[in-house]
Design a protein around this ligand. Structure first.
Ligand SMILES: C[S@@+](CC[C@H](N)C(=O)[O-])C[C@H]1O[C@@H](n2cnc3c(N)ncnc32)[C@H](O)[C@@H]1O
Length: 268
């Protein structure tokens, strides 16, 4: 987890104090490139920091050529474009989860990350329960939700369908009653170099900062199959092995990834 929060000099925001109370070192930076050059010259061991400015809280590489910070963005322009230009219900994820126009559906997105998949599901009308176990990712998600709620153009009309649970999916699934949602969607970290090379910058950041954890997968899948009413959807790189080595009941294939679909235990 980054131990540092950077923010533009001569700028102030209540979130800086919140981050300080969370134990982070908070520093005003007037020139990011020069600051990173200095850090590198001192061969500092840190490679990432939180970055807070008027666009919100994100993470940014400590490097003179570092691009802008990566943030959770529920009003992401690319997603909006995709939805306006023929995306939506035809998206692989929507087909895999069986999200259909006019049909209410409750989905647990058990591995939130940057919430890109959640944004799509919400925008198609799904009610979404969102879990994330990494503490620093939880902070970024909370900041993203806050910005979406404060959006003056009110583009996130679907936010009242979002139930944020700052906890591990294992915890949520263990305490949820059977049938608590129709679909459990799982997209845990997967160690696939080809996929990482092709993935977006946001996903590449996650792969650099978070560990893979294949040991949890058998338990995740078992619990999900006890709780979901209709199906469990697992995102995998196209050539990857099955989650917990369990063969799915159906599959949806894309160019670089696929969705494995499992039925709930009681449907078998
Ligand atoms: C590949 S990313 C998910 C990306 C996400 N689908 C999106 O659209 O941005 C995986 C995320 O799942 C989280 N994760 C892994 N295991 C988890 C668990 N047991 N409970 C909750 N979150 C988990 C990781 O911390 C990471 O943020």
């Amino acid at each position: 987890m980054p131990e540092l929060l950077g923010y533009p000099a001569n700028w102030d925001h209540p979130q800086i104090e919140v981050m300080r109370q969370r134990g982070l070192e908070c520093i005003a930076i007037d020139h990011y490139r020069k600051y990173c050059q200095r850090m590198l010259a001192e061969s500092a061991s840190r490679s990432w920091m939180f970055w807070l400015d008027e666009a919100g809280l994100g993470v940014r590489e400590i490097h003179p050529q570092a691009p802008q910070a990566v943030r959770v963005d529920f009003v992401d322009a690319a997603l909006q474009w995709r939805l306006r230009h023929g995306g939506g219900f035809g998206e692989m994820l929507a087909r895999a989860c069986r999200v259909r126009a006019g049909e209410p559906i409750r989905i647990c997105d058990a591995t939130a990350g940057w919430c890109q998949d959640t944004s799509l599901l919400l925008s198609l009308g799904a009610e979404v329960w969102l879990c994330e176990r990494s503490t620093w990712m939880q902070w970024l998600i909370e900041d993203g939700i806050l910005r979406a709620r404060q959006d003056v153009q009110q583009r996130c009309t679907w936010l009242n369908q979002l139930h944020w649970t700052a906890m591990s999916a294992l915890q949520w699934l263990q305490s949820a009653p059977q049938g608590a949602c129709d679909v459990v969607y799982l997209d845990p970290m997967y160690p696939d170099r080809q996929r990482q090379a092709r993935s977006s910058r946001a996903m590449a950041v996650l792969h650099q900062m978070l560990p893979d954890d294949p040991e949890q997968e058998p338990q995740l899948l078992t619990l999900a199959r006890q709780i979901a009413e209709r199906r469990i959807v697992v995102k995998r790189p196209r050539q990857a092995d099955f989650m917990a080595q369990i063969e799915p009941h159906h599959q949806v294939f894309g160019q670089s990834s696929r969705f494995d679909i499992y039925l709930p235990c009681r449907q078998l």
